[in-house]
Design a protein around this ligand. Sequence first.
Ligand SMILES: Cc1cc2nc3c(=O)[nH]c(=O)nc-3n(C[C@H](O)[C@H](O)[C@H](O)COP(=O)(O)OP(=O)(O)OC[C@H]3O[C@@H](n4cnc5c(N)ncnc54)[C@H](O)[C@@H]3O)c2cc1C
Length: 509
Amino acid sequence: MSVKTNSWDNLFDVIVIGSGIGGLVTATQLAAKGAKVLVLESYIIPGGSAGYFERQGYRFDVGASMIFGLGSQGTTNLLTRALQAVDTSVDAIADPVQIHYHLPNNLNLKVERVYDKFLQNLAAYFPHEQIGIRRFYDECWQVFNCLNRIELLSLEEPRYLLRTFLQHPLACLGLLKYLPQNVGEVAQRYIKDPELLKFIDMECYCWSVVPAQMTPMINAGMVFSDRHYGGVNYPKGGVGQIAQKLAQGLEKAGGQIKYQAKVTKIITESRCAVGVQLTNGEIYRAKRVVSNATRWDTFEKLLPVEQLPTNEKNWQQNYQKSPSFLSLHMGVKQSVLPQGTECHHIILENWQDMTKPEGTLFVSIPTLLDPELAPEGYHIIHAFTPHWINDWQGLSASEYEAKKEEIAWCIIDRLEKIFPGLDAGLDYLEVGTPRTHRRFLGRDDGTYGPIPKRKLQGLLSMPFNRTAIKGLYCVGDSTFPGQGLNAVAFSGFACAHRIAADLGIKVRD
Ligand SMILES: Cc1cc2nc3c(=O)[nH]c(=O)nc-3n(C[C@H](O)[C@H](O)[C@H](O)COP(=O)(O)OP(=O)(O)OC[C@H]3O[C@@H](n4cnc5c(N)ncnc54)[C@H](O)[C@@H]3O)c2cc1C
């Protein structure tokens, strides 16, 4: 393959590999500060797991639909802030209920946006635990209140840490206290009922994909409180709007983004990242390189696996790939949805199946908030459930299609209990597997992201943005604080802040 030679145009301050929300926030923050930034995205549109696709008049979110961080107050509304930094915004539609749970033993509960209403709903099922319920969730608010007082930037930047500590000593000490803690231990301090503890497990599992014992308290403090503060909001026009607007903002701020530009190699010189090479042989050089790919993709595919740095080996001792998902993207007649149906549902019939493939079923119906995503008289239902890539390997094309069909109909049968007439009202169905996630999202094994291999000390061992390779940074859900759009936006703010400081770009520290 011929290697295209460099020109001055191919030299950047920062190259970002991937335009997931983590990559885009890093890029926009740096471009807004005047850095010369290039984003290289292998797919045809930006967003990664927060992207979209269109079929027969439907606009489907590929992954995320329950969006935190689009609120208008405090410091934790990081998506709003990231958009504002490049003079843009999305219209956010407030969701009055975060989740409607359909759980074993008829635990049928709505997490209302109004905090006290949610506590009342839960206490109605567990009246003997009324005080414990309030104490547990109030403790989550303590974490959130600490986070929501400070500007969320790089924890690897000492001057920022010092300034923040001097301005908000109590908030910082509060966060330090919770950093090594997991939700399980805090919940068990207040709650004894085993069924209620299982509910807390599900409250964690549905975004961390591990039970409460392994879910960091910092992340839970954010999710369990922000849903009642900034709230869950849906971007008008679909989740893809967030990435589209960030990409447009990037270009307006002087940055560049190239699509169908798959990076195959991070170029290093003397153990220092200096550029990247694309599949077509083109080379781009930069003072700093940021990878928005997962850590497994970054260190085992874009760099020689035999040179895996020791701290990455250690990280792999602590974290493993979570499963991927099997997704059903459906277009359905309006009549399928009973009056009063909420946007997000979680369905589980047996507690022991919670973490198993096809155990927990996640459902989002974004057209209840934005009807324009589907033709008039129709809705979108996105149903997804954890699945491992290994169960989809080595199949012939016909075996693959048959397996997709078989599992899809099992899921539709389960959904019929909540949406009677779904089968008859089905207008469109497309099934995505872990192979689809791997192919279109560029994620090793289609994983949702890293999960602890065993019980760890909260978020203590989750890496920040700098890596063992000089000039190379990671951003996105393989870095602190983990999965979720608002979480990877946090990672993007932190990454840009650290790089700006390293490059001597003026930052307020
Ligand atoms: C089914 C599903 C449902 C979810 N639901 C929610 C939800 O409701 N709420 C929520 O907050 N979060 C949700 N999430 C999680 C959330 O979507 C992710 O945590 C987040 O979007 C990850 O962002 P990221 O920046 O880490 O990167 P990604 O979204 O993984 O993007 C990385 C980008 O890098 C590109 N890339 C990778 N390698 C290369 C390469 N070599 N060259 C060029 N480009 C490359 C990819 O194409 C991709 O565009 C969900 C995820 C899934 C899969």
